[in-house]
Ligand binder design. Structure first.
Ligand SMILES: Cc1ncc(COP(=O)(O)O)c(C=O)c1O
Length: 389
């Protein structure tokens, strides 16, 4: 199938549509946005200005400036227990999103199936389709805190299965896979000779002493894993558009070729700022401040949702929470519409994230504490007025 035909199969995200409606509503509190509400730390902005003053306004190598690739390799060694050669096994991308498509393009063949835990981040199915593959949803369940289970993977495996995606901490459920989960998934991937795409963009936002592990650090996994991460969430840099991938050299070589004919390279002065940021203690202090604040908000929202009659698993990571709304008698879409129009609170219907998200909504707590309190009051009021709980 031609790329132009595949493009017809990928629709604008439901979230975008909702936000188009939300635009006109005065006094709206949006709990729909999937990005940090914090500003990028000041010293990182200063590094970008410094780079501009130093004339870093030209193309960079297609795989990114070496200084940043080295800083990423150092970070991966220290924080993720992944050993990579910065020359051949790391590249810088225009956000994690771009790395997803380029990553799949390196090995998928027409009709290859990719297992995706559902609910799922909205880009996954479209990037698999654009790269010529077929997305296969593997449901995860509230009863298992939305953690992916190998038995469910097995049920959806065929002789066309070529890869699987894992995303921990998870968007939209906030689930964090345990080391044991990852070990079982790794064994399954080896047994079925699958590539693994591991999306770790929320890695630093974990709570209650929970630790996030990288599957590529497990024995025998680096050679079959594309680890994807970025600066958007970690340092509140969504608009800077910077991500990275670590993978075997044959993958990075192909991804770099893709990037050469696509964006050429990520923005050069942004790469410099990111390299300096990774090696600056102030950045990690800022991450810890953000993490603490997200945790405070998580506790508030989780408590309030359960109190108002929406059963909600306590998420262990990311900045999302995924309450069950089907017991109100409304579909997730109707529930979200009601909240938008009557409570002036924007939430995202769970079905926007795949079939397994039906009957749930996603709330992002990357919003000020006071606003979250107000949003919870408004939602509770509407639920009581309409006698939905
Ligand atoms: C799970 C997940 N992966 C990747 C991304 C994209 O990140 P980036 O801004 O680095 O492209 C997002 C953004 O919401 C996300 O939630």
């Amino acid at each position: 199938m031609a790329l132009s035909d595949r493009l017809k199969l990928v629709n604008p995200s439901e979230i975008r549509k909702l936000f188009d409606i939300a635009q006109g509503i005065e006094g709206l509190i949006s709990l729909g946005i999937g990005e940090p509400d914090f500003d990028t730390p000041g010293h990182i902005k200063e590094y970008a200005k410094e780079a501009l003053d130093r004339g870093m306004t030209h193309y960079s190598p297609n795989a990114g400036i070496f200084m940043l690739r080295e800083a990423i390799a150092e970070k991966l060694r220290k924080q993720n227990d992944i050993d990579v050669d910065p020359k051949t096994q790391v590249m810088v991308t225009v956000g994690a999103n771009q790395a997803l498509l380029m990553g799949f393009a390196t090995f998928l063949r027409d009709g290859d199936e990719v297992l995706i835990p559902s609910p799922m981040f909205v880009s996954y199915a479209p990037v698999v389709i654009l790269a010529g593959g077929k997305p296969v949803e593997v449901p995860t369940y509230e009863e298992n805190e939305f953690r992916l289970n190998v038995d469910d993977l097995k049920k959806h495996t065929t002789d066309r299965t070529r890869a699987l995606i894992i995303n921990t901490p998870h968007n939209p459920t906030g689930a964090v896979l345990t080391r044991k989960d990852l070990e079982e998934i790794a064994d399954f991937a080896v047994e079925h000779d699958l590539m693994v795409l591991s999306d770790e963009v929320y890695e630093h936002f974990v709570y209650n002493g929970v630790r996030n592990y990288s599957i590529a650090s497990l024995d025998g996994m680096f050679e079959r894993t594309i680890t994807i991460n970025g600066f958007s969430k970690t340092f509140a840099m969504t608009g800077w558009r910077l991500g990275f991938a670590a993978a075997p050299a044959w993958v990075i070589e192909k991804m770099t070729r893709f990037q050469m004919y696509n964006s050429t390279c990520p923005v050069t002065f942004v790469q410099y700022a990111a390299a300096k940021a990774l090696r600056d203690e102030r950045s990690w202090k800022a991450v810890e401040e953000m993490r603490k604040e997200y945790n405070r908000r998580r506790n508030l929202v989780w408590k309030r949702l359960n109190e108002m009659g929406l059963p909600t698993v306590k998420p262990k990571g990311a900045f999302y929470i995924f309450p069950r709304v089907r017991d109100t008698g409304l579909t997730d879409k109707k529930f979200s519409e009601l909240m938008l129009l009557e409570a002036k609170v924007a939430v995202v219907p769970g079905s926007a994230f795949g079939k397994a998200g039906e009957g749930y909504i996603r709330i992002s707590y990357a919003t000020a504490y006071e606003k979250l309190e107000e949003a919870m009051d408004r939602m509770e009021r509407v639920l009581e007025e309409k006698k939905l709980v």
